[in-house]
Design a binder for this molecule. Structure first.
Ligand code: CTP
Length: 245
Protein backbone atom coordinates (compact mmCIF):
# COMPACT_ATOMS: atom_id res chain seq x y z
CA UNK A 1 0.00 0.00 0.00
CA UNK A 2 1.07 3.53 -0.91
CA UNK A 3 1.10 4.88 2.61
CA UNK A 4 3.48 2.19 3.83
CA UNK A 5 5.77 2.64 0.86
CA UNK A 6 5.85 6.39 1.43
CA UNK A 7 6.90 6.01 5.02
CA UNK A 8 9.55 3.41 4.09
CA UNK A 9 11.04 5.73 1.50
CA UNK A 10 10.86 8.68 3.86
CA UNK A 11 12.63 6.88 6.68
CA UNK A 12 15.22 5.24 4.45
CA UNK A 13 15.83 8.49 2.61
CA UNK A 14 17.42 9.90 5.74
CA UNK A 15 19.52 6.85 6.23
CA UNK A 16 23.12 6.82 5.09
CA UNK A 17 24.91 3.66 6.16
CA UNK A 18 28.19 4.54 7.90
CA UNK A 19 30.05 1.62 6.36
CA UNK A 20 29.11 2.58 2.83
CA UNK A 21 31.86 5.04 2.11
CA UNK A 22 34.66 5.98 4.51
CA UNK A 23 36.39 9.29 3.87
CA UNK A 24 40.11 8.93 4.47
CA UNK A 25 42.36 11.90 5.17
CA UNK A 26 46.14 11.45 4.98
CA UNK A 27 48.42 13.69 7.06
CA UNK A 28 52.15 13.49 6.34
CA UNK A 29 55.02 15.70 7.49
CA UNK A 30 58.29 15.64 9.41
CA UNK A 31 58.64 13.93 12.75
CA UNK A 32 57.63 16.50 15.36
CA UNK A 33 55.80 18.69 12.83
CA UNK A 34 52.55 18.32 14.77
CA UNK A 35 50.68 15.68 12.76
CA UNK A 36 49.08 14.09 15.79
CA UNK A 37 48.05 17.42 17.33
CA UNK A 38 46.60 18.51 13.99
CA UNK A 39 44.70 15.19 13.70
CA UNK A 40 43.22 15.61 17.19
CA UNK A 41 42.23 19.20 16.44
CA UNK A 42 40.45 18.11 13.24
CA UNK A 43 38.55 15.44 15.20
CA UNK A 44 37.47 18.03 17.80
CA UNK A 45 36.40 20.59 15.19
CA UNK A 46 34.52 18.05 13.06
CA UNK A 47 32.39 17.11 16.03
CA UNK A 48 30.98 14.04 14.29
CA UNK A 49 30.52 10.49 15.52
CA UNK A 50 32.81 7.84 14.08
CA UNK A 51 35.98 9.79 13.39
CA UNK A 52 39.04 7.66 14.01
CA UNK A 53 42.76 8.51 13.98
CA UNK A 54 45.08 5.78 12.76
CA UNK A 55 48.81 6.28 13.20
CA UNK A 56 51.26 4.71 10.79
CA UNK A 57 53.42 3.65 13.78
CA UNK A 58 51.09 0.67 14.02
CA UNK A 59 52.58 -0.61 10.79
CA UNK A 60 56.29 -0.64 11.68
CA UNK A 61 57.72 -4.03 10.69
CA UNK A 62 58.83 -6.47 13.42
CA UNK A 63 62.61 -6.35 13.95
CA UNK A 64 65.12 -9.20 13.97
CA UNK A 65 67.20 -9.56 17.18
CA UNK A 66 70.15 -7.81 15.46
CA UNK A 67 67.94 -4.91 14.29
CA UNK A 68 66.38 -4.70 17.74
CA UNK A 69 69.82 -4.28 19.30
CA UNK A 70 70.61 -1.49 16.83
CA UNK A 71 67.29 0.21 17.64
CA UNK A 72 68.22 0.44 21.32
CA UNK A 73 71.52 2.01 20.28
CA UNK A 74 69.61 4.62 18.22
CA UNK A 75 71.28 3.16 15.19
CA UNK A 76 68.31 1.69 13.32
CA UNK A 77 66.70 3.51 10.42
CA UNK A 78 62.99 4.00 11.28
CA UNK A 79 62.75 6.81 8.76
CA UNK A 80 62.97 4.84 5.57
CA UNK A 81 59.81 3.55 3.85
CA UNK A 82 61.47 0.11 4.14
CA UNK A 83 60.70 0.15 7.87
CA UNK A 84 56.94 0.25 7.24
CA UNK A 85 54.77 -2.70 6.24
CA UNK A 86 52.73 -0.97 3.54
CA UNK A 87 51.10 -4.24 2.42
CA UNK A 88 49.43 -4.69 5.80
CA UNK A 89 48.48 -1.00 5.92
CA UNK A 90 46.87 -1.17 2.46
CA UNK A 91 44.94 -4.33 3.44
CA UNK A 92 43.64 -2.55 6.55
CA UNK A 93 42.57 0.52 4.61
CA UNK A 94 40.88 -1.59 1.94
CA UNK A 95 39.01 -3.60 4.60
CA UNK A 96 37.77 -0.41 6.22
CA UNK A 97 36.72 1.02 2.85
CA UNK A 98 34.77 -2.19 2.21
CA UNK A 99 32.93 -1.82 5.51
CA UNK A 100 34.84 -4.57 7.29
CA UNK A 101 36.44 -4.46 10.72
CA UNK A 102 40.23 -4.04 10.85
CA UNK A 103 42.60 -5.21 13.59
CA UNK A 104 45.26 -2.55 14.15
CA UNK A 105 48.53 -3.40 15.92
CA UNK A 106 49.47 -1.20 18.91
CA UNK A 107 53.07 0.00 18.76
CA UNK A 108 55.40 0.55 21.69
CA UNK A 109 58.19 3.07 21.10
CA UNK A 110 59.77 1.98 24.37
CA UNK A 111 60.09 -1.63 23.23
CA UNK A 112 60.58 -0.88 19.51
CA UNK A 113 57.96 -3.56 19.00
CA UNK A 114 54.24 -4.26 18.73
CA UNK A 115 52.20 -4.96 21.85
CA UNK A 116 50.43 -8.30 22.18
CA UNK A 117 47.04 -6.56 22.02
CA UNK A 118 45.52 -4.99 18.90
CA UNK A 119 42.71 -2.45 18.56
CA UNK A 120 39.66 -3.08 16.41
CA UNK A 121 38.46 -0.33 14.14
CA UNK A 122 34.97 -0.58 12.73
CA UNK A 123 34.48 1.26 9.48
CA UNK A 124 34.21 4.92 10.53
CA UNK A 125 32.71 7.93 8.70
CA UNK A 126 36.09 9.63 8.64
CA UNK A 127 39.49 8.02 9.11
CA UNK A 128 42.59 10.14 9.65
CA UNK A 129 45.79 8.37 8.66
CA UNK A 130 48.78 10.22 10.12
CA UNK A 131 52.46 9.41 9.79
CA UNK A 132 55.71 10.48 8.16
CA UNK A 133 54.78 8.35 5.10
CA UNK A 134 51.01 8.92 4.90
CA UNK A 135 51.33 10.27 1.33
CA UNK A 136 53.98 7.85 0.12
CA UNK A 137 52.53 4.62 -1.27
CA UNK A 138 50.53 4.97 -4.51
CA UNK A 139 48.01 2.35 -3.29
CA UNK A 140 47.36 4.46 -0.20
CA UNK A 141 47.16 7.69 -2.21
CA UNK A 142 44.44 6.13 -4.34
CA UNK A 143 42.30 5.57 -1.23
CA UNK A 144 42.67 9.09 0.18
CA UNK A 145 39.95 11.74 -0.12
CA UNK A 146 42.18 14.53 1.15
CA UNK A 147 45.95 14.81 1.33
CA UNK A 148 47.53 17.14 3.88
CA UNK A 149 51.18 17.98 4.41
CA UNK A 150 51.91 19.37 7.86
CA UNK A 151 54.78 21.82 7.89
CA UNK A 152 57.03 23.20 10.63
CA UNK A 153 60.59 24.52 10.86
CA UNK A 154 63.24 21.89 11.51
CA UNK A 155 64.26 23.42 14.86
CA UNK A 156 60.62 23.34 15.99
CA UNK A 157 60.40 19.68 14.95
CA UNK A 158 63.59 18.69 16.73
CA UNK A 159 62.67 20.49 19.97
CA UNK A 160 59.23 18.89 20.00
CA UNK A 161 60.72 15.49 19.35
CA UNK A 162 63.31 15.89 22.11
CA UNK A 163 60.70 16.79 24.71
CA UNK A 164 58.25 14.11 23.59
CA UNK A 165 60.74 11.25 23.20
CA UNK A 166 62.20 11.88 26.67
CA UNK A 167 58.73 12.22 28.22
CA UNK A 168 56.76 9.53 26.36
CA UNK A 169 59.07 7.24 24.44
CA UNK A 170 61.72 6.32 27.02
CA UNK A 171 64.63 7.98 25.20
CA UNK A 172 67.61 10.10 26.26
CA UNK A 173 68.76 13.39 24.73
CA UNK A 174 72.07 12.08 23.30
CA UNK A 175 70.34 9.16 21.58
CA UNK A 176 67.60 11.35 20.12
CA UNK A 177 70.13 13.77 18.66
CA UNK A 178 72.27 10.94 17.26
CA UNK A 179 69.24 9.36 15.56
CA UNK A 180 68.03 12.74 14.28
CA UNK A 181 71.24 13.49 12.37
CA UNK A 182 71.93 9.90 11.26
CA UNK A 183 68.46 9.00 9.96
CA UNK A 184 65.61 11.40 10.63
CA UNK A 185 66.99 14.54 8.98
CA UNK A 186 68.59 12.95 5.85
CA UNK A 187 65.52 10.76 5.24
CA UNK A 188 63.21 13.70 5.74
CA UNK A 189 64.93 15.37 2.81
CA UNK A 190 65.01 12.19 0.76
CA UNK A 191 61.54 10.68 1.37
CA UNK A 192 59.30 12.81 3.57
CA UNK A 193 59.61 16.30 2.11
CA UNK A 194 58.92 15.20 -1.52
CA UNK A 195 55.39 14.11 -0.43
CA UNK A 196 54.58 17.82 -0.44
CA UNK A 197 54.19 17.49 -4.22
CA UNK A 198 51.17 15.18 -3.97
CA UNK A 199 49.47 17.09 -1.12
CA UNK A 200 46.19 18.93 -1.68
CA UNK A 201 47.05 21.42 1.01
CA UNK A 202 50.16 22.32 2.97
CA UNK A 203 49.46 23.47 6.50
CA UNK A 204 52.12 25.73 8.01
CA UNK A 205 52.10 26.31 11.78
CA UNK A 206 49.85 23.29 12.44
CA UNK A 207 46.92 23.81 14.80
CA UNK A 208 47.66 27.51 15.22
CA UNK A 209 46.61 27.88 11.61
CA UNK A 210 42.90 28.51 12.07
CA UNK A 211 42.21 29.36 8.43
CA UNK A 212 43.71 26.09 7.21
CA UNK A 213 41.83 24.17 9.92
CA UNK A 214 38.53 25.75 8.90
CA UNK A 215 39.21 24.84 5.25
CA UNK A 216 39.99 21.22 6.10
CA UNK A 217 36.88 20.85 8.27
CA UNK A 218 34.65 22.52 5.69
CA UNK A 219 35.98 20.29 2.92
CA UNK A 220 35.32 17.12 4.91
CA UNK A 221 31.82 18.22 5.91
CA UNK A 222 31.03 19.01 2.27
CA UNK A 223 32.36 15.64 1.17
CA UNK A 224 30.22 13.82 3.75
CA UNK A 225 27.15 15.76 2.70
CA UNK A 226 27.69 14.85 -0.96
CA UNK A 227 28.11 11.18 -0.05
CA UNK A 228 24.99 11.21 2.09
CA UNK A 229 22.96 12.81 -0.73
CA UNK A 230 24.33 10.26 -3.15
CA UNK A 231 23.29 7.32 -0.90
CA UNK A 232 19.86 8.81 -0.33
CA UNK A 233 19.28 9.22 -4.07
CA UNK A 234 20.43 5.66 -4.72
CA UNK A 235 18.07 4.30 -2.06
CA UNK A 236 15.12 6.25 -3.45
CA UNK A 237 15.88 4.90 -6.93
CA UNK A 238 15.93 1.35 -5.56
CA UNK A 239 12.56 1.84 -3.84
CA UNK A 240 11.06 3.22 -7.05
CA UNK A 241 12.35 0.27 -9.05
CA UNK A 242 11.00 -2.21 -6.50
CA UNK A 243 7.62 -0.48 -6.58
CA UNK A 244 7.36 -0.55 -10.39
CA UNK A 245 7.99 -4.32 -10.56
N1 CTP B 1 60.66 5.99 15.67
C1 CTP B 1 61.53 5.69 16.69
N2 CTP B 1 61.55 4.44 17.23
C2 CTP B 1 60.76 3.46 16.74
C3 CTP B 1 59.85 3.75 15.68
C4 CTP B 1 59.84 5.03 15.18
O1 CTP B 1 62.28 6.57 17.13
N3 CTP B 1 60.81 2.26 17.28
C5 CTP B 1 60.61 7.36 15.14
C6 CTP B 1 61.10 7.48 13.71
O2 CTP B 1 62.42 7.89 13.73
C7 CTP B 1 60.14 8.53 13.09
C8 CTP B 1 59.14 8.84 14.18
O3 CTP B 1 59.29 7.80 15.14
O4 CTP B 1 60.84 9.68 12.72
C9 CTP B 1 57.69 8.86 13.69
O5 CTP B 1 56.85 9.41 14.65
P1 CTP B 1 56.53 10.99 14.62
O6 CTP B 1 56.18 11.37 13.24
O7 CTP B 1 57.63 11.71 15.27
O8 CTP B 1 55.30 11.08 15.61
P2 CTP B 1 53.77 11.48 15.31
O9 CTP B 1 53.13 11.65 16.67
O10 CTP B 1 53.18 10.49 14.38
O11 CTP B 1 53.84 12.87 14.55
P3 CTP B 1 54.07 14.37 15.07
O12 CTP B 1 55.36 14.35 15.83
O13 CTP B 1 54.15 15.16 13.81
O14 CTP B 1 52.87 14.69 15.91
Amino acid sequence: NMENLDSTIASRAHYSPPWADVSIIGIAGSSGSGKSTLSQAIVRKLNLPWVVIMSMDSFYKRLTPAQHKKAFENDYDFDSPEAIDFDVLVDCLRDLKAGKRAEIPIYSFEKHDREEKTTSIYSPHVLILEGIFALYDPRVLELLDMKIFCEADADTCLSRRLLRDVRDRGRDVEGIIKQWFAWVKPNFEKYVDPQRKVADIIVPRGVENRVAMAMVVQFIEQKLLEKSRHHRAALTRLEMEAESK
